[in-house]
Design a protein around this ligand. Structure first.
Ligand code: FES
Length: 332
């Protein structure tokens, strides 16, 4: 792999299966662990179909503190769900052995919560537990008022449940969809004291439902904090065609690739930042669609997604055909 200033060498120090579909990795950076805060993610260089790509994973647990077990300050910890079908990054990581080398970036935090809020409601769906776990542990350590809702498909997939149970006790509520249990977001938000915050991470459907419920409640937008992994949509990923008349281009986006990467590969300059459907920088104008746009971002509102006038190129896709797009950029 090619090294550059952004990437640093690291080694897999240990790994363990937390559930049939989630594996935890301890990653030991060659130049030592950098200070990080709860909510941070770590970029990893993965190899997908022979190509190097970047993936972001939340750092799990709490940053090192004095009194921790020896060696606890030497590693970053991430938990990776093997996504089938997925974009291939998790398959590559699951193929790594203890002792293998990889390239990593430095911790970065786009998911800070307010530590002074009078009350915090934490909501985690599936693998969305990874950033929420540290928040729950840190809030509990500080003696801050909180309640946590943790939903998964089945009991086996409630990873870190014992740790959470020990730290939160009655304040933890777990739900399993295979038992027909669902989070009642409207009721939970209604019960939140004034000035309370909601922090959540989970699949797109949970994000959309939470954003809509938060808006219905009339609470200030700043009280809702969320993070998405930007890779789950309403439809399974399939190949689709893209046409850019301004650039005289037409190409296919394969099922395992994203539109933004393909635009860049074809020399189309596109703005981007988060590459997870959160910031909206990569939004492009839709001129015409054949099939259905699978909006996978959390940037546009439900009404904007329905209007289908723009899409986030980093995560959104098309099913059953393709799309004619316009970008503000001129060809090189
Ligand atoms: S780059 Fe942020 S939404 Fe696409």
């Amino acid at each position: 792999m090619k090294h550059n200033a952004q990437w640093h060498s690291a080694t897999i120090r240990a790994q363990r299966d937390l559930s049939p579909s989630v594996r935890e990795f301890e990653i030991r950076p060659e130049r030592g662990v950098r200070p990080w805060s709860v909510g941070s993610h770590l970029d990893l260089r993965v190899v997908v179909d022979g190509r190097e790509e970047k993936r972001s994973y939340s750092l799990v647990g709490l940053p090192h503190a004095p009194g921790d077990a020896p060696g606890a300050d030497e590693v970053y910890r991430i938990a990776v769900r093997r996504a089938e079908p997925g974009r291939g990054g998790s398959r590559w990581l699951w193929g790594l052995q203890t002792g293998d080398e990889l390239l990593i970036g430095e911790p970065n935090n786009h998911f800070e919560i307010g530590w002074q809020a009078p009350y915090t409601l934490l909501v985690a769906g599936g693998i969305g537990i990874t950033p929420i776990l540290g928040m729950a542990l840190q809030l509990a350590q500080r003696g801050a008022p909180l309640r946590m809702l943790y939903a998964a498909r089945c009991t086996d997939e409630l990873i870190y449940r014992d740790t959470l149970q020990a730290a939160l006790g009655e304040r933890l509520c777990t739900l399993c969809s295979d038992a027909g249990q669902r989070i009642d977001l409207d009721a939970e938000i209604a019960a939140l004291p004034s000035g309370g915050q909601l922090a959540l991470c989970g699949p797109l459907s949970l994000m959309d439902a939470a954003r809509a419920a938060w808006q219905r409640s009339g609470r200030p937008a700043a009280g809702l904090r969320f993070e998405t992994f930007g890779n789950s949509g309403q439809h399974a990923a399939e190949a689709f065609w893209v046409e850019l008349p301004r650039h005289g281009l037409r190409f296919e986006v394969p099922a395992g690739r994203n539109l933004l990467d393909m635009l860049e590969e074809h020399g189309v300059q596109a703005l981007s930042d988060c590459r997870r459907g959160e910031c909206g920088l990569c939004a492009m104008d839709i001129v015409q669609v054949q099939g259905t746009v699978d909006h996978r971002d959390v940037f546009f509102s439900a009404a904007q997604k329905q209007a289908n006038e723009r899409l986030c190129a980093c995560v959104s896709r098309v099913c059953g055909g393709g799309v004619v797009l316009d970008s503000a950029f001129r060809p090189d």
